[in-house]
Design a protein around this ligand. Structure first.
Ligand SMILES: [Fe+2]
Length: 165
């Protein structure tokens, strides 16, 4: 873990370690979201993204190897905040809107992950690490695709509930 960040390479190493911590937490969260969601298609979507997340963790670990560094265990307070936010909302939610609330948490998380990968890719490009760019690009594309699916599912669910009322 870094005490102080002195140059872009250290910023990159720190943020890459933080992304690893983030994905490990996301993997836990996806299990909780799968258990908590009511619709089978959502459970299936979360299971699929959990498989992708395992691959994303492996990609980040591989990125550290490409850099010749040990995986850094920088903390990721942002993901803890997103988890706390989602959990608090789920607690407040009536059964009829549980899936809607779960998808709101998933969308916020995906947006955060996309921001993290965009920053990492910018650094890896400018630091001249094309193999690392490629690994991170795979993760970014999975997050972008997941966000699209989450948004589509949310639209369908809100529409169903509103039109049934
Ligand atoms: Fe992810």
């Amino acid at each position: 873990m870094f005490d102080k960040l002195n140059n872009p390479r250290e910023v990159f190493g720190h943020k890459l370690g933080s992304a690893l911590t983030m994905e490990q937490k996301v993997l836990e969260m996806l299990g909780d979201l799968e258990d908590g969601s009511q619709r089978d298609e959502l459970k299936q979507q979360f299971r699929h993204h959990a498989d992708e997340t395992r691959q994303q963790i492996a990609n980040i670990e591989q990125a550290f190897r490409e850099l010749g560094e040990e995986p850094d265990d920088s903390p990721c307070p942002a993901i803890k905040g997103l988890e706390a936010d989602a959990k608090a909302d789920i607690k407040m939610a009536d059964d009829s809107v549980i899936d809607d609330v779960i998808l709101a948490g998933a969308a916020a998380t995906e947006h955060h992950e996309i921001a993290v990968y965009e920053t990492l890719i910018t650094h890896a490009e400018e630091l001249g690490e094309p193999n690392v760019v490629q690994l991170l690009q795979q993760n970014l594309e999975q997050e972008q695709h997941t966000l699209e699916e989450v948004t589509r599912a949310q639209r369908e669910i809100v529409h169903q509930v509103v039109t049934a009322a």
